[in-house]
Every structure is written in C-alpha cells, then in structure tokens.
Design a protein around this ligand. Sequence first.
Ligand SMILES: Nc1c(C(=O)O)ncn1[C@@H]1O[C@H](COP(=O)(O)O)[C@@H](O)[C@H]1O
Length: 168
Amino acid sequence: MFVEENMPKVAVIMGSQSDWPTMQETTNIFDDLNIDYEVHIVSAHRTPERMISFAQNARENGFGIIIAGAGGAAHLPGMVAAATTLPVIGVPIQSKALNGMDSLLSIVQMPSGVPVATVAIGTAGAKNAAYLAAQILGVTDSHIAQAITDFRKQQADAVIESEAHLND
Ligand SMILES: Nc1c(C(=O)O)ncn1[C@@H]1O[C@H](COP(=O)(O)O)[C@@H](O)[C@H]1O
C-alpha cells in the first residue's frame, strides 16, 4: 500500500456499532484507493466526553478529515464539527422508523459558521463520503488525485459496457 509521507489520515466515526454495515462502504473505498483511515465508535449522546476529546484532539492525532455516520437524532456530525476546524462529512444512516429522513435533517441543517458536508442517506452516501474525502485529499496528493481519475474512467467504461449488453 502506498501512503504519501505525512498524508493525513481520515477518521471514520459512527454513533453505534449498528452503523458499521453502512460505514464499511466508506472504508472499502479507502482500501481500494490506498487511503489511510481509522474507525471509531463515538456518540454525542452515549459518550459525550469521548466525543469532545476525540474532536478536539483529532488534528494533533494526525487526522485531516472526519467522516461521521449517525442515525435518528443524528447529532454526532454537527457536534464533532462544533469542536474541531477539520472538515466534517456527515453520513445520514438509514434509520428503521423514518427511513433516514430523521438522520438527514438532523445532519444537514447546521447553523451558518459550523458546516457539515452532508451526503445522501445510507450506503450511497457512505460511498460518496469516501470519494469526497479522497477528492479533498487529492487537492494536495497527486497519487490520490490519479486514483480518483482512474476510478472515474473505470466507472464510465462500465456504463458503456453495460449498454453494449442491451443489444446482444
Ligand atoms: N445518532 C446517534 C448518536 C449521536 O448522534 O451521537 N449516537 C448514536 N446514534 C445513533 O443511534 C442509532 C441506533 O443505535 P443503536 O443501534 O446502538 O441503538 C444509530 O444509528 C446511531 O448512529
């Protein structure tokens, strides 16, 4: 695995272990793109001191971006964003009761001055959180930028390929 010297890690955090099947979609992409990350369970509600300590120390612990997944009353991404100036990407987990609309609205409507870059509900959002983080890292890391360019090409080729089969 190639990791550029001093490249910041991405923190992938989630409110509960039950969010892992969704957030694993994020880390699978980091594995494919050779991006360094750590996974932690941190909850604004259940482990508030741990959340504040995690967010306040994230930069000195080598993180450059935080991806936070949470469901229901999804306060984690916004509260982490309040306690750090690192960019925070919020992933609304698809909750059972309200299908993730609760998660989405809890994450997306931040007051001005404390942004959370909010992606779509569920696994599509978890994947896009990884691509967005990679694109941000790619601003200063040419290897990651190239990996994204290669991925986009494969994606486009797959679309063309899928069309070809329609006419078999
Ligand atoms: N939204 C939050 C926060 C938080 O925002 O701090 N902590 C846990 N949770 C969410 O509660 C849901 C149910 O959790 P359990 O399955 O553990 O009961 C999860 O989707 C989690 O993200």
